[in-house]
Write a protein that binds this ligand. Structure first.
Ligand SMILES: Cc1cc2nc3c(=O)[nH]c(=O)nc-3n(C[C@H](O)[C@H](O)[C@H](O)COP(=O)(O)OP(=O)(O)OC[C@H]3O[C@@H](n4cnc5c(N)ncnc54)[C@H](O)[C@@H]3O)c2cc1C
Length: 394
């Protein structure tokens, strides 16, 4: 538990000194809960457990949010498109969480961002049908979020004429825009959100240590009683020899590549066991590595990675005050205002290479440009792109 004489801010500071003392705790203490993985799932689980008074440790092989959790579309959303798949409970729950985050839990991190659903020029009957169909979806989205404004945390949707749509988004191609519906979702700096969760957990007494790799489960008969881990940070002893260095772990085939403790005869001097009554593997696309440490488990978890790519273009490349959600043959595409930039994404293709370094292909970039250019007055080219990033969905 936190020392009450210390401010919560100071208690959550993840300083080098704090790392040293938390590392000592990982070696000496037994924890109620040990969380592996410092993405949003692991940081959230650690905070949840710590806020219930449990003794918690969180370890992350690289940095907090270094996996998928810093490579997202940065939206706190209910998933408008899931309504079409009739995933009502999922959308309802996500919108309730969005409201809580935007109004109560993290209003300093989650802010409303307006999106247009553009309506294309087409035959009158189709045009009316599409406006009714999309309008019903967006109205349901608002209804699921709660009718009372305060709990919803986002303004209600609004129907716009072609002129109204182009006033908010002048770069929308005039010849193909019949109007739009504006709705709101939440936007967040995903990496900052994870760091905030981890720091809040730390302020409640959790030991949060990056640069520590889980290597294998420690078991007493069938019961998991802890985890064999190694310090792979640049400052840790592991960095002195190439075999166990952080670089090797990451560039081979991902953070958990080294497998069970000592299995490759490396780093044993720097390995130790963290004792814990419960171990939570929040390792995202690396989850099958952890399940391979349980060979006798009935169902082995096999995770396939699906890559999602985003383009980053300067704000000046597109004139608009709001984001866009566009339907594509495969899914949906977002054009999202992000400070002095636009984020355009995403794709959905299988990734079978190094999970620590997903990369965009020329085909991914071409696909995104083709899709977004269908609605833009001035088409974007590769010369407009100032950055590209890719993340992996489990
Ligand atoms: C392109 C894309 C866009 C997305 N957009 C959104 C969005 O807008 N909104 C939204 O809500 N969701 C979005 N998502 C989904 C969301 O990003 C993910 O669900 C979320 O980030 C998953 O978090 P995680 O903690 O489970 O995994 P990760 O963030 O990948 O974290 C797993 C962590 O475990 C660590 N790890 C692995 N093995 C070990 C080990 N052996 N020892 C120690 N540490 C280990 C890794 O280093 C990693 O940091 C998007 C996903 C993608 C791919």
């Amino acid at each position: 538990m936190r020392d009450r004489s210390e401010s919560r801010y100071a208690a959550g500071a993840l300083s080098p000194q704090r790392r040293e003392s938390d590392l000592r705790r990982l070696r000496e203490e037994e924890f109620d809960v040990l969380v592996i993985g410092g993405g949003v799932t692991g940081a959230g689980a650690a905070l949840d457990a710590a806020s219930r008074g449990l003794k918690v440790a969180l370890i992350e092989v690289n940095d907090l949010a270094s996996g998928t959790s810093s490579r997202s579309s940065k939206l706190i959303h209910g998933g408008l498109r899931y309504l079409e798949q009739l995933e009502f409970p999922l959308v309802h729950e996500a919108l309730r969480e969005r409201g809580l985050l935007a109004t109560l839990l993290a209003p300093h991190l989650v802010r409303p961002v307006p999106f247009l659903v553009p309506l294309p020029q087409e035959a009158v009957v189709k045009k009316v049908w599409r406006r009714l169909y999309y309008g019903a979806g967006v109205a349901l989205y608002d209804a699921f979020a709660g009718i009372i404004r305060q709990g919803r945390g986002m303004p209600l949707h609004k129907h716009l004429s072609a002129g109204g749509a182009r006033r908010l988004f002048p770069s929308l191609r005039e010849a193909t825009t019949a109007g739009a519906i504006r709705y709101y979702d939440g936007q967040v700096d995903d990496a900052r959100f994870v760091v905030t969760l981890a720091r809040t957990a730390a302020s409640l007494g959790a030991a949060v240590v990056t640069g520590v790799s889980a290597r294998g489960l420690v078991r007493d008969a069938r019961e998991v009683t802890g985890m064999t881990v190694a310090d792979v940070s640049a400052s840790g002893p592991a960095a002195t020899g190439p075999a166990g260095s952080r670089g090797e772990n990451v560039s081979a085939s991902g953070p958990a590549a080294s497998g069970p403790a000592g299995s490759r005869g490396e780093n044993t001097a720097n390995e130790w066991t963290i004792r814990a009554r419960t171990v939570i593997a929040a390792t995202g696309v690396w989850s099958s590595d952890v399940s391979s440490w349980l060979p006798d488990a009935r169902v082995g978890l096999r995770v396939r990675a699906s890559k999602g790519v985003h383009l980053v273009v300067p704000r000046s490349a597109i004139t608009g005050e709001v984001g866009l959600i566009l339907r594509t043959p495969k899914s949906v595409l977002f054009v999202i205002p992000w400070g002095g930039h636009w984020i355009i994404g995403t794709t959905d293709t299988e990734w079978t290479y190094d999970r620590a370094h997903p990369a965009a292909s020329a085909k991914d970039i071409e696909y995104l440009l083709d899709e977004v250019n269908q609605v833009l007055e001035r088409p974007l080219t590769t010369a407009d792109i100032e950055g590209v990033y890719a993340g992996l969905r489990p």
